[in-house]
Each structure stands twice: as structure tokens, then as C-alpha cells.
Design a protein around this ligand. Sequence first.
Ligand code: HEC
Ligand code: HEC
Length: 331
Amino acid sequence: MTLLLAATAQQKIGIGVAILTVLGAFLYLLLHLKRRESPPVGAEVELAPNRRPYLSDDELETDKLEVAQKFALAMMVIIAVGLPAYWLKEPSRQAGATSGFENRAVRRGFELFQPTNSTEHGAHFGCANCHGPKGEGGGANYTLNDPTNKDAPPRVVKWQAPALNTALLRFAPDEVRNILVYGRANTPMPAWGVLGGGPMNDQQIDDLVEYIKSIQLSPKEVRAKNLTTYGLDGAKLFDAFCSRCHTKGWSYGESDVIGGGAFGPSLVGGDTTRQFPNREDHIDFVLNGTEYGKPYGVRGVGGNEGGGMPGFAGMLTRQQVEAIVDYERSL
Ligand code: HEC
Ligand code: HEC
């Protein structure tokens, strides 16, 4: 009884069919054995089914035949209606299986994300140490060497780590996967995938992408919040959303030339107007970002294994992007 209560509709049907089958088999055996007992030795010849006279024509002319046919018809209807009805449930079963699969992936990704000193969770890689407990952004200490002066002593800076709860508003899932696999060279973001020399297998990277997907804020809310916070001030917007990659030193509070180039190329001295002579193309570009290997502008190619220039359509309004572009073209 508890079994029946706990079971899903499909399981109940299955249990019912199983019980019926067992009962039927018993019944068959019972009748069969009983009949076996009765005939005396030597009677097989007389009693062989093909030698026994069947019902006479008159007897068959009664409704006997029709009853048998109706019974067969009823069985056919049960099969014809029952099977499709059973399979009608199949899509929702499959959807349930898929979402169950995703939920488990999110759960595993969540655990990988936890701080390295977390005691409640199993294997974890400490994304939260730098990106915040819920991926809302944070920071990390980073040792900088001066590439132009080998003798200069290394110094430690505090490097801002971006929020990940908007990462998929800027990047496609495959681009986030690539960032995780290869990291960002020359920043505190390490390579995590085996291909990039990191410790995680493909499954773990996929689980993390699923987890990051699960914490995304809604684009509508993010755009509304960014509109109230930054308005249509191109310089402010550039500082908040672009400098991180396009201004050397911005991430650790030592901004060099604004837009002078860092992870992303230099945008000053007419570089952007050469790449985008047309303002409209420039706006489209900032809204959509780059794809790995795809050309853009006059002579640009999206690079960095994917995960290069993000698209901002999910985070900023079109008017804000226009304001940024006008500011950028004046740099
Ligand atoms: C030691 C600190 C640190 C750890 C640990 C770390 N990150 Fe990062 N991560 C960073 C920093 C800093 C950046 C930004 C680098 C830059 O300035 O371009 C970054 C960038 C990223 C980006 C790109 C976001 C963007 O908008 O540019 C993603 C995605 C990301 N990290 C995910 C992860 C995940 C998932 C983990 C855990 C497996 C992780 N990070 C662990 C410091 C860290
Ligand atoms: C996560 C880092 C990152 C952020 C944030 C970022 N960019 Fe970029 N940007 C890049 C990279 C990398 C490229 C080079 C193309 C590529 O590899 O995809 C690029 C290229 C560009 C180019 C083309 C320059 C050329 O000469 O080819 C423009 C224009 C540009 N970005 C504008 C912006 C603006 C405006 C913002 C802010 C709204 C912004 N970027 C934010 C990384 C970034």
C-alpha cells in the first residue's frame, strides 16, 4: 500500500500490470494442471485437441462467435487507446529527466564554486574566494611583475574580480566555457580546464557553466538598475563596463591611459573610428560583441579562444550603448 501511495502514475500502472500478469499465470497453471489430472492413461488419442469434435454449426450460429469477436475487439481498443495514452505522458517524463539532469549539474557546479575553506561541501575550487559567495563580484590579491624591468621587485595588488551573475548576459555559454578552460592570462583568473593546464575535467567545467547559468539575474532588471545607476553618461558607463578590459591597470586602481588597451585593444587616437568608420556598425558591435574567429569592423577578428569582447545588449539599453560609443569615438 505504501508502495502504491509513493509511486508515480506510471509506476502504479506498471505495478497493476505486473500483478495482473502474475495472477493470470497462476490461473492458467491452475486450470492446466487440473485438466491434466483427469484423463486416464491412453485417452490422449481421443482427447487430443485436433481430434475432439468442436462445436456444431448450430451451436456456432448462436452469439458465441460474436462474443469472442467482441472480446477481441475490446482487447484491441484497450491496446490501441492505452498505448498512445501511456506515451502521451512521455514528453513530460523526458522533460522531467532533463531538468533533473540539469539540477544535478547545477548542484555539482555550486559545490565546485564554494570557498576553498568551506567545510560543508566536498570537492571545491574556490571560485567564491575571488568572485564572491554568490558570484556577485569580489577581488583577489595578485603579484605583479614589471615585464619591462626584470630587476624590479614584484608587488602585490588587489585585482577586482567581475560579477558572474551577469556573465551570460555578456557571453555565450561556450565563451564562458572557454574562459574557464583557459583562464585569463596575466590576471588572477587561473586556467581551470585540462586543456589550459588546469585541474578540472570537461564535466566539471560544464557543471560550473550550468551553475553560473542558474545564478543569472534577469536582463530586464539589470538594464533598469544600470540605467538608474549610470544614466546616459558615456564616460561613466565606459569606466564601469569597458575600462576593466580596455584600460591597463584599471582593475587594480592604477589606471593608465583610458581606453589605451589591455586585454582588449587600444581604442584611443582614432583606432576605433578606423575599425568602425560607421557609427551604426560600432553600436551593433558593442551590443553584440565578438565570436571566436568571426570578422568584425574593417579588419578585426574575434580572438582569445572565444570569450573576447562581450556583447552588452543584455546589460545596457541601446541609448546607453550609443552614449558609450560617442564617448569612445571621441577618445
Ligand atoms: C584567484 C582569484 C580567482 C579565482 C579563484 C577564480 N577567478 Fe574567475 N576571474 C578572476 C579575475 C580577477 C577575473 C577578471 C580578469 C580580468 O581582469 O580580465 C576573472 C574572470 C572570470 C570570468 C570572466 C568574466 C568576465 O566578465 O570577464 C569568469 C566567467 C570567471 N572568472 C569564472 C570563474 C570560475 C567559475 C571560477 C572557479 C572555478 C573562477 N573564476 C575562479 C579571479 C578569479
Ligand atoms: C571582458 C573584457 C572586455 C570588456 C569588458 C570590453 N571589451 Fe571591448 N574588446 C575586448 C577584446 C578581447 C577585444 C578584441 C576582440 C576579441 O578578441 O574578441 C575587444 C574589442 C573591442 C573593440 C574593437 C577594437 C578594435 O580596434 O578592433 C571595441 C570598439 C570595443 N572592444 C569596445 C568596448 C566597449 C565600448 C566596451 C564596454 C561597453 C568593451 N569593449 C568592453 C574585451 C573587452
